[in-house]
Design a protein around this ligand. Structure first.
Ligand SMILES: [Zn+2]
Length: 405
């Protein structure tokens, strides 16, 4: 059993490696004609240097994570951690979850630091200071450890009480957890950022008019102080039902003109009108059922635990195996399906902006976004199919122009 799991772990790692190499190879792809004006020759060279550096960091981080995983598996590190916390099922699963979180933090923090404080800094995107970086890492660590422990305890409780019935109940728990999280996302995000109301009277009037015209209700249009961390800009939908909020980055407001902001806003509203958030919830329900199935399978295979030094089933270890091995192996096919679905939703949201008469503004807005975020102009088509949640800039512009005619 041990060699088999190590091989599967390695296969999942190799797939991630393959995606990274695919990205690296695309740096010399020819730039499509409709996006050639995004960067000048000098900036494009700079972009290449930036991407290469980021990719190299990602590669090292992935390799470090893989080596740490392998060492922990070879030397039965998880069973040792569980033994330290021995007593009952919940203590033992906490030992494993804690070790996994600490190993993740240690292998990643140096690379995250390099990425934010060196690479992003060098290219002028970084606004994070040391204090914010450390505070973010600490908050992330505590939140993710808390979530993991909570969910794994729920898994243990449900499985011990219900056996095979856990498949359905655990999926439901996961789903409700996810719904609760996205419902409360506006609250969670306040831990990391400050939100204010949109001050520009005239702009707010135009955006509200767009919403009213389409009979679309949101709780608020908020501005997020994204400039605290980065110069990169974006806009997104947050929460659902009564908590529904459209969030605009302050960086977006600072770089775009009123028409472009309306265009981006109409795009976000398009997502809302097409119920894209709900559709994504359904997709995530399917993936949670898949995860619950993998967990159930892992829990029914005692050989997994004895092979790695445990005396009996450990729920924390089951989660690690199901997530990194199971989901890792499922992810090529799952990524292909979900990213295809997501790209279709993006085209539809763009079409909404075109319908509102903002086709040209959306094109210039998207170009500004790409320029500001140092986006890719000619990614590998295979990589786009496998992982891109958005069509490429060139594909989007072509579709917008077609729709505007
Ligand atoms: Zn979108």
């Amino acid at each position: 059993m041990k060699p088999l799991i190590m091989i599967l772990f390695t296969a999942a790692f190799l797939y991630r490696l393959f995606l990274t190499l695919l990205e690296r190879r695309s740096f010399s792809n020819p730039i499509p004609a409709n996006v050639r004006d995004v960067y000048d020759a000098e900036t494009y060279e700079k972009w290449r240097g930036y991407k290469k550096e980021k990719l190299r960091t990602a590669l090292y981080a992935a390799a470090a994570g893989y080596i740490a995983d392998m060492l922990l598996l070879i030397f039965n590190g998880y069973a040792r951690a569980a033994a330290l916390f021995a007593g009952n099922v919940y203590n033992e699963l906490f030992g494993v979850t804690l070790l996994s979180a600490i190993a993740g933090l240690i292998t990643d923090i140096g690379f995250s630091w390099y990425d934010d404080m060196v690479t992003e800094q060098k290219y002028g995107f970084n606004r994070t200071d040391k204090k914010t970086f450390i505070a973010d890492q600490a908050k992330n660590f505590i939140i993710s450890l808390g979530l993991m422990t909570g969910l794994t305890c729920a898994l243990a409780g449900i499985h011990m009480a219900m056996g095979d019935g856990m498949l359905l109940l655990f999926t439901a728990v996961l789903f409700l957890f996810g719904m609760l999280f996205s419902f409360l996302y506006p609250v969670f995000s306040k831990i990391f950022n400050k939100f204010t109301d949109l001050e520009d009277e005239e702009l707010r009037r135009r955006l509200t008019a767009l919403l009213e015209k389409n009979g679309y209700k949101v709780r608020a249009i908020r501005v997020m102080d994204a400039s605290r961390r980065s110069t990169k800009s974006n806009a997104y939908f947050s929460g659902f039902g009564r908590m529904k909020t459209i969030v605009l980055y302050d960086t977006l407001l600072n770089t775009m003109d009123a028409d472009e902001i309306c265009a981006v806003f109409a795009h976000e509203m398009g997502h809302g009108l097409h119920k894209d958030t709900l559709k994504n919830q359904i997709l995530s329900l399917i993936s949670m059922f898949l995860l619950a199935f993998l967990l159930w399978f892992c829990l029914r295979t005692p050989g997994i635990y004895t092979a790695f030094g445990f005396e009996h089933v450990n729920y924390g270890f089951a989660v690690i195996i199901a997530v990194s091995v199971g989901m890792g192996l499922v992810s090529p096919l799952w990524g292909l399906l979900t990213s295809w679905h997501s790209r279709r939703a993006e085209y539809r949201a763009d079409a909404q902006a075109v319908k509102e008469g903002y086709g040209a503004a959306l094109i210039s807005g998207l170009k500004k976004l790409t320029r500001g975020n140092f986006g890719d102009l000619a990614p590998s088509p295979l990589l786009v199919k496998l992982t891109y949640s958005h069509p490429t800039l060139s594909q989007r512009i072509a579709a917008i122009e077609k729709g505007s005619r």
